[in-house]
Every structure is written in structure tokens, then in C-alpha cells.
Design a protein around this ligand. Structure first.
Ligand SMILES: [Zn+2]
Ligand SMILES: [Zn+2]
Length: 129
């Protein structure tokens, strides 16, 4: 007797006569009956909604995971940097320029350690501050 169709709000359907949230139809069910007023909503009203609900769990995780992967790659690339070129004499070949990288140790008492690598022969050594 009633030709009213349910109100769609997002992925939810609400009864057009009393405003009650309608359940999704079970397998094989052609319509959903409103628990409050007995309004029968045809199952066809849910067709578009079921598709969007199903696509959500698949659509969200993959772009998020891809974002995380690219962010991790960028961080690794920054750590590989040579550091700053400083005037330090290489104990191995006597070259006067070396790449310097300062590393803060866990304990504050130990201060920081400067890692040096010769710009000429790539020999590596460290200086404790
Ligand atoms: Zn109702
Ligand atoms: Zn050297």
C-alpha cells in the first residue's frame, strides 16, 4: 500500500514512515520489514549500498600500506648521507678532508661520538667528544 522508499544516509537506510534504522536483508530475502511500523522496504533499495560496503575493507588498507612503504624508503635514503665535510687528518693516508657524522649515544654522560671517513681513501675512524 505504501510506495515510500527508505531514506539513504551514507550506507544506512532509514524507514520512510517512522525513521527507524532498517537492517540489511539476509541472504535470499526480498524485502526488509521495519520493526517499529511494519513498513516493507524492497531489497532492491540495498543493491547499491551492499556494493559500497563490500569495497571498503579492500579499498582502504592498500593505499595506506603503499604510503608507509614509500615513507620508510625515504628515511633509509636520508641515513645513507655522507654527512659534513670537515678538516680532519686521515690517520691512514694523511689526507686533510674527511666526512663527519655526529652520533648522540644513549647515555648523556658519554657525550657524542663523531664518525669520520676519509674523503680520499674512505678509511673510517671515530672521535669521542
Ligand atoms: Zn518504520
Ligand atoms: Zn685517508
Amino acid at each position: 500500500m505504501s510506495t515510500l522508499r527508505a531514506h539513504k544516509i551514507g550506507s544506512l537506510l532509514f524507514c520512510p514512515t517512522c525513521g527507524t534504522l532498517l537492517d540489511l536483508p539476509g541472504d535470499g530475502e526480498r524485502s526488509v520489514k521495519c520493526e517499529q511500523c511494519g513498513h516493507e522496504e524492497p531489497g532492491s533499495s540495498y543493491e547499491g549500498i551492499e556494493i559500497t560496503t563490500r569495497s571498503h575493507p579492500d579499498a582502504f588498507p592498500s593505499p595506506l600500506q603503499q604510503k608507509r612503504k614509500t615513507q620508510t624508503k625515504r628515511h633509509e635514503g636520508e641515513d645513507v648521507g655522507k654527512g659534513t665535510l670537515v678538516s680532519e687528518k686521515c690517520p691512514e693516508c694523511g689526507h686533510l678532508k674527511a666526512w663527519s657524522k655526529e652520533m648522540q649515544l644513549r647515555s648523556a654522560d658519554e657525550g657524542s661520538t663523531i664518525f669520520l671517513s676519509c674523503a680520499s681513501c674512505k678509511h673510517g675512524w671515530r672521535i669521542n667528544n
